[in-house]
Design a protein. Structure first.
Ligand SMILES: [Zn+2]
Length: 328
């Protein structure tokens, strides 16, 4: 079977650099393409698809990657706020069947930039190198990161976009696979109650949420056991949110927690300039770093300790796996 390579635009290179690409609507090309969207791409991909997750351009790897019959590089465009995607192919080419399938998929989700599906260019490094190597390559600008309409759609439908993209590459329907559950603790059932005497991952995740929401667990921390300290923290949270104060966690308390906690939307890593935000602050509260909202070396070290303790990959980066271990 011929192998295909999906390359993600921008991001980290092997010299420790980080190119965020274009930014807009609270994220960057590098972050967005490596977040939950990538998890979904991998979920639908089969073994004929590999992912190049670093910055191929910065690594100058277009000349070096081998064994692929097709290259698909993914980006988001800027700065239009009108939106729409398009596909860049080499000036000497006419669109092939895969180009057309990808174009149709982009049109379906994001519309086309200026109504035009294909742009031809001969002044992009990866495009030229693969053209010289006679390996079919296209650069997909999926939509505009600066378009609220495009990004609202992408954020709400990233799993479907990923599925359609993989189907366009493979030229066949893919089956829905159950959500990957490696290392992912089961979140508390939305109808069940969590209360004093309970223990396990449900409780540990609840405790992390309480910490992230600003409550304190000074003696025992998030130990997975619902004792007096956790009950007090639940009561304090309930009082603060002006809901029934009973120390028992049901749908209403979980809903209030969901309101105040950030959702996973980007990879957190120590880089320059430092990432800043409520997601950083939530993680800092869980790992016991000063909750200043800036992800620097101290936060990264504290995250490494958390990862080591919980037998996760120790890299100081909060990606989907570490995030879901913390917050379900
Ligand atoms: Zn880009």
């Amino acid at each position: 079977m011929s192998k295909k390579l999906v390359a993600l635009g921008h991001g980290p290179d092997r010299n420790g650099g980080w190119d965020p690409g274009a930014g807009g609507n609270g994220t960057t090309e590098a972050d967005w393409l490596r977040g939950p969207f990538l998890t979904s791409l991998k979920k639908y991909a089969d073994s004929s698809i590999d992912f190049y997750e670093q910055n191929m351009f910065a690594n100058r790897d277009a000349q070096r990657v081998n064994g692929y019959s097709e290259i698909i590089e993914l980006h988001l465009d800027a700065p239009s706020t009108v939106g729409g995607g398009h596909i860049i192919i080499h000036s000497s080419k006419t669109p092939d069947a895969m180009d057309k399938r990808l174009g149709a998929m982009i049109d379906k989700h994001f519309g086309l930039r200026g109504g035009v599906m294909f742009s031809k260019r001969n002044n992009l490094l990866n495009l030229n190198v693969f053209n010289n190597r006679r390996i079919p390559y296209r650069l997909c600008e999926l939509g505009f990161i600066t378009s609220k309409a495009n990004m609202d759609h992408f954020k709400a439908n990233y799993d479907q976009v990923a599925k359609d993209l993989i189907e366009a590459i493979l030229n066949k329907k893919v089956v829905d696979k159950p959500k990957q559950t490696n290392n992912k603790p089961k979140p508390a059932p939305s109808t069940g109650l969590i209360r004093k005497g309970d223990k396990g991952d449900n409780v540990r995740i609840l405790q992390n949420k309480l910490l992230a929401a600003g409550e304190r667990l000074p003696r025992f921390g998030a130990d997975g056991r619902f004792g007096d300290e956790t009950e007090d923290a639940v009561k304090a949270f309930q009082a603060r949110r002006k809901i029934k104060v009973d120390g028992i966690v049901g749908p209403q308390t979980l809903a209030e927690l969901a309101k105040v906690l950030p959702k996973y939307s980007r990879l957190l890593s120590n880089r320059s300039p430092m990432l800043q935000g409520n997601d950083v602050r939530a993680v800092q509260r869980v790992v016991g770093a000063t909750a200043d909202g800036f992800y620097g070396p101290i936060s990264a070290d504290a995250v490494k300790s958390y990862q080591r303790k919980n037998k996760l990959k120790v890299d100081g980066i909060v990606g989907p796996q570490t995030w879901s271990h913390m917050f379900g």
